[in-house]
Design a protein around this ligand. Structure first.
Ligand code: SAM
Length: 297
């Protein structure tokens, strides 16, 4: 294997990039984690075992990739930056446990899942601009991992773990906690990255729930969830009835107000409540009552 750069030295990383004519692209949220102790803690938290199959999103120049491969996992890395992809091939293509998928992970992960099968771990020091989208997309597509460890902007981490009726609770909180047990791991100071980002990062671990989706139709769950949070100030009654009308779930001629009251009362939910006060189990129950009582779109 060719010599890896010194992943803890911003000067060495800068020189490596300059020699090859590669630049850092802000639009791709490129900040390298230049703190070995933190990298090791993150991979420890992933609980990689010999033969684990790991997906890594945004490997950059491969500092985490190297740490994970050392633990004898099989790793598939998703990287959008052409220069980084070239460097990664140079470093790791001799390792038969390494696969590189080049391109935008938001477009490449699904075909990879379908063709290569489900891995058991997901890891990523995620680019800020796509972190919530990629986590949300996998869950909504029914793709879950036994264990996930991601580093995200602290604000996103707060949303992932937030409880009902608290400041950061959102549809994204419900989505994450529906699929996984969410556990904040540690804050990572901006100074542990190069270039130094303008935000604090937080690492979060997620463990797959044994029983899932625990409702009849996950697609309905996701739609009802989005509908109920669509106007945060509106009551669940107003958001649900608007969605029943616009989605075609209420057949023409249906008394939608009555249908809404009926669905909410059978789910045991106060129609005057706001979505931000409902728990995951309420959304599951609501999803099932919608499927029972409203027509298919
Ligand atoms: N893993 C490295 C580390 O921890 O030092 C780099 C992490 S850096 C925060 C994010 C990485 O994600 C960069 O390598 C960037 O090029 C890559 N990236 C950004 N957007 C991406 C996308 N849509 N698909 C795949 N990779 C992406």
């Amino acid at each position: 294997m060719p010599n890896l750069p010194d992943y803890d030295s911003p000067a060495a990383l800068k020189a490596f990039l300059e020699e090859r004519g590669f630049g850092m692209q802000k639009k791709f949220g490129q900040n390298f984690l230049v703190n070995r102790a933190v990298r090791e803690r993150l991979v420890d938290a992933l609980k990689v075992e010999h033969g684990s199959t790991v997906w890594e999103i945004g490997p950059g120049l491969g500092s985490m990739t190297d740490e994970i491969l050392r633990r004898r996992a099989r790793l598939t890395a998703f990287e959008i930056d052409r220069g980084f992809a070239e460097a990664l091939r140079g470093f790791f293509s001799g390792n038969d446990g390494f696969t590189l998928v080049e391109g935008d992970v938001l477009k490449t992960w699904k075909p990879q899942w379908d063709s290569a099968g489900a891995p058991d771990r997901l890891f990523g020091n995620l680019p800020y601009n796509i972190a919530a989208t990629v986590i949300g997309d996998t869950i909504e597509s029914g793709a879950r991992f036994d264990r996930v460890v991601v580093t995200v902007q602290k604000e996103v981490a707060l949303r992932m773990a937030a409880k009902p009726a608290t400041e950061h609770y959102s549809s994204f909180s419900v989505l994450c906690q529906w699929a996984y047990e969410v556990e904040p791991l540690m804050d990572i100071a901006a100074g542990s990255f190069w270039p130094v980002p303008g935000v604090v990062s937080r690492a979060v671990a997620m463990t797959k729930r044994d029983v899932w989706p625990n409702c009849a139709n996950p697609a309905t769950f996701a739609k009802v969830l989005r509908a109920l949070f669509s106007s945060r100030r509106k009551t669940v009654r107003n958001n649900l009835s608007a969605w029943l009308r616009s989605s075609g779930r209420a057949a023409p001629g249906t008394d939608v107000d009555r249908l809404t009251e009926d669905i909410l009362s059978s789910a045991g939910i106060d129609p005057g409540e706001r979505a931000e006060r409902l728990a995951v189990k309420d959304f599951r129950s609501l999803s099932d009552r919608v499927d029972e009582r409203a027509g298919r779109a």
